[in-house]
Design a protein around this ligand. Sequence first.
Ligand SMILES: O=C(O)CCC(=O)C(=O)O
Ligand SMILES: [Mn+2]
Length: 213
Amino acid sequence: MSHPTSLPASLTLAPGLVYHPGYLGRTAQEALLDEVRAVTRQAPLFTPRMPRTGKPFSVRMTNGGPLGWVSDVQGYRYQADHPDTAEPWPAIPPVALEAWNALSGYALPPDACLINFYEPSARMGLHQDKDEEEFDAPVVSLSLGDTALFRYGGLDRRDPTRSVRLRSGDAIVFGGPARLIHHGIDRLMAGSSDLLPQGGRLNLTLRKVKKPV
Ligand SMILES: O=C(O)CCC(=O)C(=O)O
Ligand SMILES: [Mn+2]
C-alpha cells in the first residue's frame, strides 16, 4: 500500500454538498495565508453588524474580488468597496481562485471572495448564502487554522442538521440541491492547528454573485 494514511479525495455529505478533506497541503495553506495577509494589509478586517439591531458579528471580515459581502444596519449586500476605507477590494487570492477553478465545475470566475476571521471564541449562526443573484454556481469554501465544527442542515431552517469538523486545508463545496442549505459554525477547537501563530481560523468563501451577462 503506497499511501495507507491518505485522505479520500472527496466525500459527498448530501446531494450537492461535497467535502474535500485536506484539499490544500501545508505549503498551499501557507501560500494562501500569505495571500490573505496581503489582502488584509490593503483591505483591513472590519466588524460586520446585524441588519436592524446593529449587533456586531463575532467574526471579522474582508473581501477580495470585484464585489465583497458586507453587513450593517441597512442589511446584507455585495458592494465594490470596503465599508471603512471606501477603497475597491483587492484581487481574489490566487490559491483560492485555483481552488474555485478545480472544484466549482462552473465556467466563470467568482465575483467575490469573502474572508472570515474567527477569534477562538467566534461562531457563525445557522444561515443560508442567498444574497447572490446566481444560484447555478456553487459556493466554494476553504478553511485555514483551527478546526471548526461546521453544522449543515437543509433548505428549511427546521430541517435536521449534522456536523463535520473542518480542518486547516479542507475545502467544502455547496452547489446544486445544496446551494441554499442552512449552515453555520458552532465553535472552534482551540489549539488544533499551528498555521496561525495566534490561533483562530480563517475561512474563504468564493461566490458568483451576478448572473452571467
Ligand atoms: O466559516 C465557515 O466555514 C462558513 C462561513 C459562512 O458560512 C459564510 O461566510 O457565509
Ligand atoms: Mn454561509
